[in-house]
Design a protein around this ligand. Structure first.
Ligand code: UD1
Length: 341
């Protein structure tokens, strides 16, 4: 296979930076594009350090159609992985138009440029949030999607549909939507990881920031859920495992191995873990004491969700490999490195 070029929109972010590393190490030429609206250059620098070279970086906003056209004129892309999007659930409820404009317009611009170019392999980063609350667990790709509980979640549902319809209408455009469960952790080098701005919304960055002393106390949201220990169950997937799934999906598209021109895969471990189990595992593997307390349920949280990852294993030849323990060690090493400890 000749060398393929992959555009990674949002390539300086948490998931994008890990995917860039795995793609480059698998032999792809990668072009990172980011507007740095929700991150600084730390992860970009880390990617270059891991790979031992300066990676091509384009500072641009995918909502700017002219900039997207200029990018596509500059590079002969074989595939694009689209991460550039806002992702804060609460903020999306307060500012829905900000989310609809950014998350939908950027994707429409990419697909339109792909259409004009005569086709492209497009990987969209979707979320298990599209499944909503369900008691039929684990969820397979055939599980019904439910009405989204937030504008953020709705942009994931809508972008999946935009991709599906574009694939149907425009010959040459092929698409894969990867539905992520809960990506956590950091690269084993501790050179790239999650860098939330302000107070973290997600569990693991809140845990690591509490352990390092940046936050006083972790609130465990809800202890009266109908689960074995009363806290919510999630499918926490290691960020490097998740990144490898992208390499498998891009390769499947570039090597013409798709069974349908639009495909969907769950990217999870198949292993439910409760909030308390995660907190306890973090303390145990890292030998640190975490200050935490129970707090009321967080509005919008589902009781339990985890993946049936069988399809990804069968079709992509991918499965999660790292244990929650190793992932939590990596998350802690990253937080300590950030703090210079
Ligand atoms: C959320 C989003 C999901 C998105 C993902 C991105 C929803 C409902 N959830 O997933 O769409 O793709 O982030 O990373 O849209 N928790 C605490 N204390 C905290 C933080 C979290 O107890 O300080 C609990 C939550 O109640 C939940 C679990 O930890 O049970 C995981 O929460 P979080 O990391 O925010 O992920 P999700 O809500 O599952």
């Amino acid at each position: 296979m000749s060398k393929k070029t992959v555009l990674v929109s949002g390539g300086a972010g948490f998931i994008g930076s890990h995917v860039t590393v795995e793609l480059a190490q698998a032999g792809y030429d990668v072009v990172i594009a980011d507007n740095f609206s929700n991150c600084d250059e730390t992860n970009y620098r880390g990617v270059c350090a891991i790979l031992g070279r300066e990676m091509p970086l384009v500072r641009m906003d995918f909502c700017d159609r002219g900039a997207v056209d200029a990018l596509f004129a500059q590079y002969p892309f074989d595939a694009v992985i689209h991460f550039a999007a806002f992702k804060a659930v609460g903020e999306s409820v307060a500012e829905p138009l900000k989310y609809y404009r950014n998350n939908l317009l950027s994707f429409v611009n990419i697909l339109d440029a792909a259409r004009e170019k005569g086709g492209l392999n497009v990987l969209f980063s979707s979320s298990a949030t599209v499944y909503g609350e369900t008691d039929r667990l684990p969820v397979t790709e055939a599980s019904p999607r439910q009405e989204a509980k937030s504008p953020y979640g709705n942009t994931k549902v809508m972008c999946e549909d935009i991709l599906r319809d574009s694939v149907k209408a425009y010959p040459g455009i092929r698409g894969i939507a990867l539905r992520y469960f809960n990506p956590i952790g950091a690269h084993p080098s501790a050179l790239i990881g999650e860098l939330p701005r302000g107070v973290p919304n997600n569990l693991v960055p809140f845990i690591t920031q509490t352990a390092i002393g940046k936050r006083e106390c972790l609130s465990v949201f809800g202890n009266d859920y109908p689960t074995p220990d009363g806290t919510c169950l999630r499918d926490y997937i290691d960020i490097v495992d998740l990144a490898r799934a992208h390499v498998c999906a891009v390769t499947r598209m570039c090597e013409d191995r798709m069974k349908e021109p639009y495909e969907i895969f769950n990217v999870g471990t198949g292993r439910p873990v409760s909030v308390l189990e995660l907190v306890n595992a973090f303390e145990k593997v890292n030998g640190v004491k975490l200050n935490w307390k129970f707090a009321p349920r967080r509005p919008g949280d589902v009781t339990a969700i985890w993946a049936d990852p069988t399809l990804a294993e069968k079709e992509l030849g991918w499965k999660a490999e790292r244990s929650v323990e190793d992932t939590l060690k990596a998350a802690w090493a990253w937080e300590r490195r950030l703090a210079g400890k």
